[in-house]
Design a protein around this ligand. Sequence first.
Ligand code: ZN
Length: 94
Amino acid sequence: MVLQANKIKFLLILLLPLFFAIAVIVLSHFHLYNCIWKTITGHACPGCGMTRAFYSLLHGNVKAAYEYNHLIIIVVPLFVYLWIKLLMKNTPYK
Ligand SMILES: [Zn+2]
């Protein structure tokens, strides 16, 4: 029973990029997210444009992604690294 729970947890972690992609698509497509910092101050924060950058990346447009937010070149490898580390930590196949 414990092994089954570990496999389900591993599967959910494995599917995290898919859930993330769906969240980015929904947020971008329906314009559901506004930056609180930009709303209050009128100035962009370091994360501004990141959702659009991910959305562009999902469509294979790397140049547009970089133009929306330059930090995408740091954030994507970091997310991939953390995802792989989480997968390795929670693998039931040891
Ligand atoms: Zn912002």
